[in-house]
Design a protein around this ligand. Sequence first.
Ligand code: AR6
Length: 321
Amino acid sequence: MPIQIVRNDITKMNCDAIVNAANNSLLGGGGVDGAIHRAAGEKLLAECKKLGGCRTGEAKITKAYKLPCKYIIHTVGPVWHGGAYGEEELLISCYRNSLMLAEKYKCKSVAFPLISAGAYGYPKEHALQIAVTEICKFLMKNDITVYIVVFDKDCFQISKRLIHDITEYIDERYVEEHYNERTRRLMNYPFGGQELTEPISLSDAVGQIDESFSQMLIRKIDEKGMTDAQCYKKANVDRKLFSKIKNNVLYKPKKTTAVAFAVALELPFGELKDMLSKAGFSLTHSNKFDIIIEYFVKKGEYDIFKINEALFEFDQPLLGI
Ligand code: AR6
């Protein structure tokens, strides 16, 4: 099952478990810890007192009391001291140990805050990268849904350089498209007549009839030597949805799903557009989502989580799911 990145207050998450970025005492504090204790009520503190604290990198579980979830997994992230004091390994352990506990308690959905990325000072971008990497590794072997909950947009800053590059890319293409649109309109309506629709070539039309999205997907998975699971996991799509697509030759996925598969298959831009057309979609320069996809694919960058970070930053729908 996939990772979902959501902007929310973690105490509002209605899933099996939420993770708390606690301190060694487990007796509450500020940030997300304070919010969780306040929302869960005093009984949480009473249970925490019996746990005897928690070492950095480890995790302990309690009931959730007044919260909508069933469990709270308390983990203690490292304090950032510059990176040379084993911070990364400790943060990795937080994710691994929390996920292991979630599995042990048969949780089907877990929500994480960005551990250590607040009061403990871990650089946010790096903290997010570790979260995504560790959660992905876990999801390769386990069928659960994991949410990364970010509180505000600042928690989720992709590198300034990347934002700059994408913004520039969008700006250039918006201009190009609007110019072309204007020119096309002028050419198509010289006397105020109706716009001419661009004819689709016969071979394209036949191609679209010959092979459906579902068939192309299965063919490409075979050609790439991937297993089905490798492909849908890489696409951040869950097994049930993949089965639906596979078993229904005429299934029409959402655009975000269709793009996710094309990205997981690492299709070059032309083939990606071809695959999208099988699901009835195209990419244009008149919306940011399309331009961002084009930006990454043309650069040969197929990491879906990186693409999703950028889509998130630009308030666009995310791939997969
Ligand atoms: N929901 C989701 N995310 C939140 C929320 C919320 N309600 N509140 C804050 N965040 P922090 P740490 C984000 O400081 O760095 C406590 O005092 C926040 O924006 O809560 O691991 C403990 O007792 C940030 O991105 O945890 C410890 O002493 C992330 O959650 C210490 O802070 C983590 O920020 C732990 O520090």
